[in-house]
Design a protein around this ligand. Structure first.
Ligand SMILES: CC(C)(COP(=O)(O)OP(=O)(O)OC[C@H]1O[C@@H](n2cnc3c(N)ncnc32)[C@H](O)[C@@H]1OP(=O)(O)O)[C@@H](O)C(=O)NCCC(=O)NCCS
Length: 158
């Protein structure tokens, strides 16, 4: 399967219940939407149940005000044994002007699970057909190396 087959788009309007005291969207809500969008991409690739194993840095680049429309786009960047990295890009659209800004990006890792809830082997993700997919896959490898290094450090500190 190629990465584009895992593409997922999710659209949300920022209603009052999703905002903080400043009238801008609550960061935890964006994280939840990003997790759902990315999980759908991961499931489209794995065709199994998946769980989130880590969420990398979540950068809030611009404030998103009540009434704006958020569009989340996600795609699997790379797959290893049972785990995969999904990238999510979020844009905010002004409902009247239509102006769009890139407001948030995140990388999430998921693990494919078998019926017993154990990590399950993933199929191969073919990133060789498009230089953009190959570039994303190379960058995903560097992030995975860092994640697993941090995991080892946490374990050794226990
Ligand atoms: C995900 C889970 C099943 C992995 O179990 P585990 O005992 O760590 O299993 P393993 O050590 O065999 O790791 C499984 C895969 O996860 C990867 N992984 C583990 N920790 C990771 C981390 N912090 N970041 C990225 N990948 C990680 C491993 O590299 C391995 O990938 P690979 O098969 O592609 O090499 C287990 O940690 C779990 O159930 N976590 C809770 C998940 C959850 O509740 N999420 C929130 C709700 S969805």
């Amino acid at each position: 399967m190629t990465p584009e087959r895992t593409c997922t788009t999710m659209t949300q309007i920022v209603l009052p219940q999703f905002t903080n005291n400043h009238g801008t969207v609550f960061g935890g809500q964006i994280a939840a939407w990003a997790d759902i969008c990315a999980a759908i991409s991961a499931q489209r690739f794995a065709r199994t149940g998946v769980v989130t194993v880590s969420i990398d840095e979540l950068h809030f680049l611009k404030p998103v005000h009540q009434g704006m429309v958020l569009e989340l786009n996600s795609m699997v960047n790379r797959a290893w044994g049972s785990s995969m990295e999904v990238g999510v890009r979020i844009e905010a659209e002004h409902p009247v002007t239509g102006r769009r800004v890139h407001c948030c990006s995140a990388y999430l890792s998921f693990v494919s699970l078998d019926a017993e809830g154990h990590p399950a082997k993933l199929p191969e993700l073919d990133t060789s057909q498009d230089p953009e997919f190959s570039r994303r896959a190379d960058e995903a490898q560097a992030r995975r190396d860092h994640r697993l290094k941090m995991r080892e450090m946490r374990r050794s500190q226990r």
